[in-house]
Write a protein that binds this ligand. Structure first.
Ligand SMILES: NC(=O)C1=CN([C@@H]2O[C@H](COP(=O)(O)OP(=O)(O)OC[C@H]3O[C@@H](n4cnc5c(N)ncnc54)[C@H](OP(=O)(O)O)[C@@H]3O)[C@@H](O)[C@H]2O)C=CC1
Ligand SMILES: O=C(O)C1=N[C@H](C(=O)O)C[C@H](O)C1
Length: 251
């Protein structure tokens, strides 16, 4: 069974972005798990000296902070978990480079439910033929600054991998005006923003005269924080490399 907690040594967590919404959720989740949170770095802060005092770095901040955060992990030799979304190709190159020196775990979503949802999406996309169009719909709170969400992209990647296609080359988002008919094989993305929604994701498989919808609702961002704390603790002591939530959960 997955999702059960186990006893662990007390660890020092260095949280980057500690003043943010996820920073506050992490503060509670780290304390609940019996670990210690170091007051981390926010915009304008210097991460180098701070990293040296931590067992693991946890980054929920902004894409433009990633380079410095990975650099600090490498210099201090500390593992780093990256939850920041809105990452582009250049950031994934940086993650791969850092993973040659230290353990790196990046995910657009640290909840158990979404990790399992990605498996279900992969299964459905592989079994349903190309006449089943795939659309990813997400809704988040009004303060979210990136779109589509990291989770939507993660789910799109799962579907694309199952279909043997490159997501970037087959992604269709922000439809408006005379779009023309939908191109077979494309994966569509639609984004809604409003209120205080913690995170809603649906993957819709639209086939001839029937639809299959797989979805996940986050009721509270504590689910991301608890998953991130579990994953960060798991990362401590691992050899350098790139890890995923599947590794953490043994899936
Ligand atoms: N992977 C997952 O499971 C989840 C990922 N996220 C992602 O985590 C990120 C943070 O989300 P959220 O907490 O809601 O956002 P907030 O805007 O509430 O918080 C962001 C924090 O990051 C800090 N920050 C911004 N820019 C920098 C920088 N250049 N260097 C250092 N710190 C910086 C901010 O500091 P200051 O206040 O000083 O500007 C603030 O403390 C987003 O990318 C979000 O999508 C969120 C939930 C779950
Ligand atoms: O910004 C958020 O809030 C969230 N961001 C992540 C994402 O972009 O998918 C995860 C979660 O959905 C909440």
């Amino acid at each position: 069974m997955i999702g059960r907690g186990e006893a662990m040594a007390q660890l020092q967590f260095g949280v980057i972005g500690h003043k943010g919404r996820m920073g506050h959720a992490l503060e509670a989740a780290i304390a609940d798990a019996g670990h210690i949170m170091h007051v981390g770095v926010d915009a304008g802060g210097s991460i180098g000296p701070f990293a040296a005092h931590c067992d693991v770095l946890v980054d929920f901040s902004a894409p433009d902070a990633l380079s410095a955060n990975l650099g600090a992990a490498r210099v201090s030799g500390k593992p780093i978990l990256v939850g920041t979304t809105g990452l582009e190709e250049e950031h994934f190159v940086m993650l791969a480079e850092a993973a040659r020196a230290v353990p790196v775990l990046q995910s657009g979503n640290f909840s158990l439910g979404v990790t399992l949802l990605a498996h279900l999406v992969r299964e459905a996309a592989a079994r349903l033929g190309p006449e089943w169009d795939i659309e990813v719909l997400e809704m988040h709170h009004r303060m979210k600054v990136d779109a589509p969400s990291g989770t939507a992209k993660l789910l799109g990647e799962a579907a694309a991998a199952a279909r043997g296609i490159d997501l970037a080359a087959n992604m269709e988002s922000g439809r408006h005006g005379q779009t023309g008919a939908r191109r077979e094989g494309n994966i569509g993305f639609a984004t809604l923003r409003g209120g205080t929604v913690a995170g809603e994701h649906s993957v819709i498989f639209a086939g001839p005269e029937e639809r299959l919808t797989l979805s996940h609702s986050a009721e509270n961002r504590m689910i991301f924080a608890r998953g991130a704390v579990k994953a960060a603790a798991w990362l401590v002591g691992k050899p350098a490399g790139r890890y995923t939530m599947n590794d953490v959960l043994g899936l």
